[in-house]
Ligand binder design. Sequence first.
Ligand SMILES: Nc1ncnc2c1ncn2[C@@H]1O[C@H](COP(=O)(O)OP(=O)(O)O)[C@@H](O)[C@H]1O
Ligand SMILES: [Mg+2]
Length: 358
Amino acid sequence: MSVNFEDIWGVLPFPAFVINRGNYFREANGAAEQMVQTSRKQMQRKTLSDVFGADSVVVDTARTARRTNGSLMQNNVDVALVDQAAQSCNVHIGVMGRDGDTLLLIIQPTGVAQKMSRSLTNMAAARSVAAMAAMLAHEIRNPLAGISGAAQLLGMSANDDDQELTDMIYQETKRIGDLVDRVEHFGDQRRVERKPTNIHDVLDRVCRAAKAGFAAHVNMSVDYDPSLPDVAGDSDQLQQVFQNLIKNSAESVEKLRGNITIRTSYNSGIKLAVAGSHTENLPIQIEISDNGRGIPDDLIADIFEPFVTSKANGSGLGLSLVSKIVTAHGGLIECSSSIGRTVFCVRLPVWRTPKEAK
Ligand SMILES: Nc1ncnc2c1ncn2[C@@H]1O[C@H](COP(=O)(O)OP(=O)(O)O)[C@@H](O)[C@H]1O
Ligand SMILES: [Mg+2]
């Protein structure tokens, strides 16, 4: 197969620009057009400073690259478009051609890359935990049923004081049983069956169950974008995702003034480069926010790992399961938290009929 450089240029998952003498844009690939939200033609009338700001690290790096006539890489620097929030990126500038004036600029947002590799690591950890969980659940359930049955039998002929104890044995074995169920659920290796799924139906089902149970004390409000298209998802598994997130929120808020908000929106700018294959668009955004105590600082980096919990009776499996399911959907989950405001944002792909997806 002969290689067409136009095709390579188009398929690059990161914004790439060719910069002229005088810092005018000469070329921009699709990802660059998307980043700057400007067509290549319009960009050709602009300079680096117009787009990134005169004192931006990009302009600075371009200057240094020209001066030293060499390629430069700046890792984890803040890059902002004029009037927009900065984003952490790796900026690569290479000098092209002999005149030393034409530059190739590639900008790779690091946030997404780091999150992606992190969620893949979480998934591997979740898988090994899952295998062990299935084995343990099996081994624990039988003796547990024996203990629980024996406690009930003893309770029948015990006096009141002793019955309190047999009740306790029964209650506690039930608690272990519930934990085993949850762990086993976690070990469930079902594939995600992606179908066109109305995310609002999923959220409504979770809300109803939440209001009737674990979130009865909380004020829940929704803010849906009614024009949202279907997601490509497995509704049972997505229900588990939001149930876990809302349960965590309900457990973090005060009894009296607890608020949980569920917001959906469409955000076309989010793309995820899936290693070795393609880029996935993740425009469907679901945010679960609460006004609770926030995630402890020393925990926040690890909350998606299994068994990480700050709760006396917590299993630490909720968010690990959430992350496993969202990743299996090709989606992304992010979290930000401070005292009084915690937001979990899930981004998912839109459903496309197999024909559209080609
Ligand atoms: N909305 C939230 N507000 C505050 N802390 C949270 C929230 N969601 C998760 N956390 C923190 O993350 C930890 C892990 O959550 P999870 O995996 O669901 O396990 P568990 O709920 O069993 O502790 C929790 O113990 C808690 O410290
Ligand atoms: Mg939980």
